[in-house]
Design a protein around this ligand. Structure first.
Ligand code: BV8
Ligand code: ZN
Length: 238
């Protein structure tokens, strides 16, 4: 077995770009004239729940028409092959799960889960496309539902953040794939790995604030760069 027995992976919107899901800050990442920072907030939802739901419903429809790509599939294979493997994602699109990843730490929630705005009970899965009515209603108490995602200004789910921190502190190798490394606290996880002496590899066609700090920056799209890296890793192991 390869000497490195624990790997942590952090993914962002870029890993889903080759599946056809627009990123937040790249070309085509905008919706009508809005920015994610304008709509993915509790204030926007309070002000105009229907507009925010139209944005999420549009994204759900777009994601439902997309398929996981080779990068998602390699991560599902790594989960099966690597002793201690933790996949941490900022994405809410569920493509890692559709590619076969079974343990996914969702730092920012899931666009396929809804929760009651009156918090009368736990979140629930709802994969209907399109959603009708908008806003969808809580099946228990009838109050409007919200997407079970983390908006700007909201805290990350404690259990997810804790699992991510444990994995990053323990890992010997961390892969950072398809993130602009701008959104906190996710963007600090690779720095924590570096501080713990892990080897950090970034896969991103563009430079990011992490690029000069990591051990290796692979300037390729994820669906090319990750399978290539995994192939070389397996050969090294063989
Ligand atoms: C919190 C879910 C506080 C919703 C999302 C000022 C300074 C520092 C921080 C802040 C600040 N002001 C506010 C903050 C905090 C804020 C923040 O970080 N803001 C940023 C914008 C400055 N953070 C928060 O609010 C977080 N909460 O801090 O709480 C708090 C603390 C205590 C107590 C109470 C409260 C919550 C952040 C979560 C927000 N929710 N999403 C939804 O999706 O609708 S964030 C959103 O951005 C997505 O989750 C996305 O994943 C995430 C990060 O973006 P990326 O994934 O990196 O995507 P991006 O488009 O940016 O980049 C794509 C990358 O892919 C690029 O690098 C590109 O080159 C690359 N790429 C393109 N093609 C490919 C590719 N890579 C590989 N292959 C390709 N083919
Ligand atoms: Zn309810």
């Amino acid at each position: 077995m390869n000497p490195i027995d624990s790997i942590a992976v952090l993914t962002g919107a870029g890993i889903s770009a080759e599946s056809g899901v627009p990123t937040f800050r790249g070309p085509g990442g905008l919706w009508r004239r809005y920015r994610a920072e304008d709509l993915a907030t509790p204030q926007a939802f309070r002000r105009d729940p229907r507009l925010v739901w139209e944005w999420y419903d549009w994204r759900r429809g777009l994601i439902a028409a997309c398929r996981p790509n080779a990068a998602h599939r390699v991560l599902a294979e790594m989960e099966r092959r690597v002793e201690a493997f933790t996949l941490i994602t900022q994405n809410v699109d569920g493509l890692h799960q559709r590619a076969g990843s079974r343990r996914v730490v969702e730092l920012h929630g899931s666009i396929w889960r809804l929760r009651c705005t009156l918090e009368c009970g736990p979140a629930w899965e709802d994969h209907r496309v399109p959603l009708d009515p908008l806003p969808p209603l809580c099946p228990r108490c009838g109050a409007p539902a919200r997407p079970d995602v983390v908006w700007f200004g909201e805290s990350l789910p404690e259990a997810a953040l804790e699992a991510a921190l444990v994995a990053v502190e323990r890992c010997r190798l961390m892969l950072v794939i398809g993130t602009s490394a701008l959104v906190q606290p996710a963007a600090s996880l690779p720095l924590l790995a570096l501080r713990h002496g892990a080897r950090v590899v970034e896969i991103n066609p563009e430079p990011t604030p992490l690029s000069d700090l990591v051990d290796e920056a692979i300037r390729e799209p994820a669906a090319i760069g990750l399978p290539g890296w995994w192939q070389a890793w397996m050969e090294g192991e063989r």
